[in-house]
Write a protein that binds this ligand. Structure first.
Ligand code: SF4
Length: 351
């Protein structure tokens, strides 16, 4: 904040006041920043934009989950400023909002498409187009806050409580932008989220895990989905680059480096593929010594998907083996499946 605003000649107080308007009060125009001198407001207006992401579609699930499709400037390179992007064609991403009794979570996308092609994930069926900018990452949160008037002038208690980066794309392949966005989301003068309420999910980009732990210190979810290299490489080609031995070494180091208590392991149960009792036991042994919780996910079908969800009985047995082995294991309730907003269903089709 300070370096950029210092160059503009803003005092520290003025820089803080600007951030306060943007991130604490949700201002939509520089004109509204009435405690700043007019000349400063004009200068900010010349250089920056407070425009939100253009919404292409909004979908509401019968369970209250919402999904927005945003239409963004296209192009294969990550632009640095929204206003400088040539709008030759548009790209699209999806953001999901999940309200629950005691919390409300937004699930952010980090890339347009994804290059990793995990074969149970619908995002992997579209081409990777580009990384999102820090502005585009944070704007997904601002959109949700606008939508629910979640600003202090409207309500004293925060409505949006949690942020997860589990939408389209692999966050750690867009690390610099993710780091910058996280800094803004965590900054007490920015959006001021507690770091315990932001989770980054990764398929396991080993060289970046230590940086995430050191720089951002946010809780980690590892998309594991298989307990052996052979099976994991079939489901997630990224495993050929970062096999399990290397991955688990980096993941074991994560809690201590990031000062987080545990790593969450996401494991989607695919009928007849990774849901046997032998695989549950292999998973148990892979997680030995790691402070971990396992989220067992139901496979959410999409057209053309080559998998089916495991039966309730198989899920229960899998879960029981983990629990009896001393691992905390949760079965996550699927949300937003009817609007293709559940885990693994995002694709941002605009047709
Ligand atoms: S699961 Fe994540 S990393 Fe894998 S294809 Fe889908 S979005 Fe990409």
């Amino acid at each position: 904040m300070c370096a950029q605003f210092e160059e503009l000649g803003l005092t520290l107080l003025q820089a803080r006041q600007t951030w306060d308007w943007v991130y604490r009060q949700g201002a939509l125009s520089f004109e509204a920043m009435t405690n700043l001198p007019l000349a400063v407001r004009y200068r900010l207006e010349e250089l920056y934009s407070l425009e939100r992401l253009p919404t292409f579609q909004e979908h509401l699930s019968c369970d209250g989950t919402r999904k927005w499709v945003f239409s963004l400037p296209g192009g294969s390179d990550a632009p640095t400023q929204l206003s400088s992007i040539p709008s030759a064609h548009t790209a699209s991403i999806e953001t999901v909002f999940i309200p629950e009794e005691k919390r409300a979570t937004v699930c952010l996308s980090s890339q347009v498409g994804c290059s990793l092609r995990c074969c149970f994930c619908r995002t992997g069926t579209r081409l990777f187009e580009r990384n999102l900018t820090p502005h585009e990452l944070v704007s997904q949160v601002l959109h949700v806050k606008d939508k629910f008037a979640d600003w202090p002038q409207h309500s004293k208690t925060r409505y949006l409580t949690h942020i997860v980066m589990m939408g389209m794309g692999e966050p750690l392949l867009n690390y610099e932008a993710v780091k910058e966005a996280l800094a803004l989301l965590l900054d007490p003068h920015g959006l001021a989220f507690s770091r315990h309420r932001i989770t980054v999910s990764t398929s396991g980009i080993v060289p970046v895990l230590a940086s995430l732990a050191r720089d951002c210190r946010v809780p980690l979810t590892l998309s594991l989905h298989a307990p052996s290299d052979t099976l994991r490489s079939q489901l997630m080609p990224v495993n050929d680059v970062y096999p399990l031995k290397e991955l688990m070494r980096a993941v074991h180091a994560y809690p201590q480096m990031s000062k987080t208590k545990y790593v969450t392991i996401a494991y989607v149960l695919l009928k007849g593929v990774n849901d046997s009792q032998a695989e549950a036991r292999a998973l148990l042994s892979l997680l030995q010594g790691l402070p971990a919780k396992v989220n067992l996910l139901t496979f959410n079908a999409w057209k053309g998907a080559p998998f089916a969800p495991s039966s309730a009985g198989v899920c229960a047995t899998f879960s029981r083996i983990l629990t009896q082995g001393g691992i905390d294991c949760f079965r996550r309730r699927t949300r937003g499946r009817d609007i293709l907003a559940a885990c693994g269903q995002l694709r941002a089709d605009t047709q």
